[in-house]
Each structure stands twice: as C-alpha cells, then as structure tokens.
Design a protein around this ligand. Structure first.
Ligand code: GLN
Length: 329
C-alpha cells in the first residue's frame, strides 16, 4: 500500500529540486530529434521504500524513455532464465572503464565487458528465452512493468528513429557476431534492444523499479515477486561497479549505492532494504549521466549518509524514512 513518507523526506526532495533547477550545465543527447528537443528544465525526483513509502518533487510524472536503465531489467530476466553462469558464459562482469558505446571485447573469449554497456546489453537481450523477437520483447517489457507496478509502453517514434540511425550499435552487433560473442541475428536483436530503450517511464516509476530491486525483487505496491532475491542482488552488484559507465568509481565514492543512468536523463539508484530513488533531468555530463541527477544524489547521499559501506551508526536515512507519523495517501 502506498503511504506518504515523513515531511523531512518531501522537504529534502523539494529543496533539492529548487536548488538544482537553476543549474544549466550539461548537454542534451542529440542523436535523435526527440532527445535533442527535450526540455532542459525538466527535473523530477521520487523516492520509494520497500514498504511502499513514497515522496516526490518536481516533474516526477513526466515521461522519459528509459534507455540504458532498461539493461538492468533484461539482465535480471536472463539471470532467471539461465542463472549467473549462463549469463557469464556470454557477458563479462568487469567495468570497462570506457564509454557506454565502446567496442571492447575480452581477449580470448570475445565477451563484452558487462551487461550495462551497449555491447553487453545487446548480447544480454539475445539471451532472453523466447520463440521469437516479439515474445522476447514482451518478456522484457513484462519484467519492467512488473518492477514499475503498471503496464509500461513503448515510444514507437523514438524506437523507429533509434533503429534507423543506430549505426554504431549495429556495427557493435556485427563485430560481436564475427567474434562469436553474439550468436543471434543482428537486426532482430537490435530491434529488441532498441525497443527496450524506448520504453516510457517517469521518475516515479524509476523510484518504484529501484525500490523493487531494494526489496530483493518484490514490488512494494503490487507485492508481486518479479525476480529472485539473488537476481536482484546480482543486478545491483553490477549497477554498483558498472552502472554509471566510466563514472562508476567516482559515483560509488561519493554516493555509494548501486545505480543506472540513461541517455534521456534518467537515473535510478537502489539502497538494499532501504529505498529506491528515481531522477529525471535531460542535460548530460561528458560521461552521459544526468548532471542534476548526479548532483542531487551527491547531495542527498551526503546529507543522509546511505553509503553501502557506511557504518550503520552513521546512517541518517533509516530514521528519516521510518519516522512515519504522516498518514497514507
Ligand atoms: N539507445 C541508446 C543506445 O543504445 C541508449 C544508450 C544510453 O542510454 N546510454 O545508444
């Protein structure tokens, strides 16, 4: 059941929204018109707890395409289908230290570095068990919808534009096929991958999806188990090491919770058993992460000390989240 989190959490989000709205740093992704025309002043934040506590500020109900954040959910599905060993046979688990669309395959095996970069995500898509691409995509959409607790939809226009212009991902696919790391056909696999990137979510959805991971795979509102506890742990582990691309190391230093970003300006971070946070602001830094999204997490993490490696006594967050004298919405 959804209930309001205590005022201190609402206030923290609202204050942060107002503080960071004037920030004009960062560039919009410009490889397709819908992203290039995004409004740079859009900024939404939402937090959700595994118990269904919720708070949000700004444009938290504004739709955005999920883009790379989708990689997390496809990985979870493949873990369910094939187990960790089945995934690791085809995709590595090491940070690439390079940008999200880099061409970097492991010497000897030809495996892409990890499922959070494009090369690894394309192979991961091909590993979802299904009779055809339609079913494969439906299963991925089902996983994302289960985590969001509502039926998500595809922005078909974004999908078509991505598919028509995705030369680099197409090249990655062919390169991996020649290396033997992608055994499926390139075009149908690319279609599934780009369709999953074009799924529409809001910052509120991202918070619920992250809270589902934080709850070990159970959606806080529907109580549906959408993935195993183990799968949730595995995806959060790779989010921690590889989720923010080549900024993942600094992210873990400063924020300290597993996270994933997307090129439309979405960021999602999960703190196991504590909360999920979803953010949306389109301007990106040079690593491809939302400028306001990253800064908001830096500030929140500093204030509430939720770092995964912080001593429990130093953490401010559980107290703030559990102090729920406010009544349910
Ligand atoms: N659709 C984008 C791509 O594959 C997603 C990348 C991203 O969000 N970083 O290039």
């Amino acid at each position: 059941m959804r209930r309001e989190l205590p005022p201190v959490v609402h206030e923290a989000l609202a204050t942060l929204h107002d503080e960071l709205l004037p920030v004009t740093d960062g560039e919009l992704a410009d490889y397709i018109p819908p992203l290039a025309k995004a409004r740079p002043d859009r900024f939404g934040l939402a937090v959700c707890t595994p118990e269904g506590g919720f708070a949000a500020a700004g444009d938290h109900d504004e739709p955005l395409t999920i883009q790379s954040i989708s990689k997390v959910f496809t990985m979870a599905l493949v873990l369910g289908d094939r187990g960790l060993e089945g995934l690791l046979k085809h995709v590595g688990a090491e940070p690439s230290g390079e940008s999200f669309n880099a061409v970097s395959l492991e010497e000897g095996t030809g495996r892409p570095d990890n499922p959070m970069i494009n090369a690894g995500a394309i192979v991961t898509c091909s590993l979802v068990k299904a009779d055809d691409s339609t079913e494969r995509f439906e299963r991925i959409l089902g996983m994302m919808s289960g985590c969001a607790g509502r039926e998500l939809e595809v922005d078909e226009k974004v999908f078509e534009l991505e598919f028509a212009t995705s030369d680099r991902n197409r090249a990655l696919g062919h390169f991996m096929r020649s290396a033997g790391s992608l055994t499926a056909e390139v075009e149908p696999t690319l279609e599934v991958y780009l369709r999953q990137c074009a799924v529409l979510v809001t910052a509120s959805d991202l918070a619920v999806m992250a809270a589902t991971l934080a709850a070990g795979g159970v959606n806080p509102f529907t109580d549906e188990r959408v993935m195993s506890t183990e799968a949730a742990r595995h995806v959060m582990t790779l989010m921690a090491t590889c989720g923010m691309y080549d900024a993942s190391g600094e992210w873990m230093l400063r924020v300290g919770s597993p996270a994933k970003s997307g090129v439309a300006g979405g960021v999602m971070t999960a703190s196991p058993a504590q909360f999920g946070l979803g953010l949306f602001s389109p301007p990106l830094d040079e690593k491809g992460n939302s400028v306001r999204g990253v800064e908001a997490c830096h500030r929140l993490a500093e204030r509430f000390s939720w770092h995964a490696f912080a001593l429990p006594a130093d953490r401010q967050l559980p107290a703030a989240l559990e102090d729920d004298d406010a009544e349910g919405a």
